[in-house]
Design a protein around this ligand. Sequence first.
Ligand code: SF4
Length: 416
Amino acid sequence: MALFQQMYSAPSIAVRVVRSRSISMAATSTARKTVSAVSTTPVRTPHIDSHVLLGMSELDLQQLATDLGQQKYRGKQLHQLIYKSKVKEIQDFNQLPLAFRNDLQEAGWKVGRSPLHQVVKAADGTIKVLIKLHDNRLIETVGIPVEDDKGTIRLTACVSSQVGCPLRCAFCATGKGGYLRNLQRHEIVEQVLAIEDLFKNRVSNVVFMGMGEPMLNLKAVLEAHRCLNKDIQIGQRMITISTVGVPNTIKKLASHKLQSTLAVSLHAPNQRLRETIVPSAKAYPLDALMKDCKDYFDETSRRVSFEYTLLAGVNDAVEHAVELAELLRAWGSGYHVNLIPFNPIEDTEFRRPYKKTILAFAAALESRKVTTSIRQTRGLDANAACGQLRNSFQKSPLVAEAGMPITEPDTVAAVG
Ligand code: SF4
């Protein structure tokens, strides 16, 4: 759910680039596979690395310690080293006996942290990071600092759940870039730790709105959710799982009774229009999606957030707002509509609506008692929008070209 491509734009922001040392990427032939057809079938994660410490609970780490002939409390120390001290390599676990460190390494264990490939910082403090995974794939993560009335900084991490995305929503840079694989749980968790490292601050909120459709990787998303909540101590209510809608998955999520927010990307008030914007909607009629959302609310008592990207001349007319209000009429107070003015990307025919159109749309909803907000546009420029930063490095983003040079992203043009 690459909603952040809509969120982060700003007029004439010059971006600062911090480079990692590693500037070449090895090509692999298997990387050249692409998913050409739209599919809503959950995809299995290939080459799961079972010897990764990150993502493990304290209990699991205690078990590992005792399996390797150590006292149980060594597991607690491992937990602190990974999640509190955020040590990235086993050889740097200085509180642990050398023999234990050696045993861990000889058994093939690793922490599971990846190098940062590039960091782009916007004038308002928003930071976008490209993380280079063990198979040379690049994923994007965004850190958004927001200062509240009392001057406290709330730090949100927008995390990816897949390398690319197979759903190919019409307006999405990530969807245009193709799809390779699901992320493993530690690859989701490490994004949050990377943001904490960069900001030298704790992440308070996590939104699964980066690259990929979280519901196509629900097992790893739920495992990462557990770790973020229990091990990194981010409240469940501070975590949002976003989806464009994948059949049979919202029910599954509801059965876990998490106290997290479900954000559903509608983008249209009727099935016919929705199918033109979200091709995967063909497999999941709007009526069925709305019923599953209602069941989620009934099951969890958590308000559902409906995301609606406003595309000029496509879905932004007052009539669309009226139809949307009608769709939500039976919902009472169990929902919220979040309007997201489109942020143009390369190679797209879509445009951002004028401000007066956006305000008229919101007013039409509010006058019909629909709780509505308009998402603030801030942070990074359009060229660094979700999916685009990565695409600028990997023109075919599923392929890591050997020796491909890194180029500086351009200074940004004004948007909107
Ligand atoms: S193509 Fe994938 S990442 Fe992009 S908006 Fe659709 S579901 Fe989200």
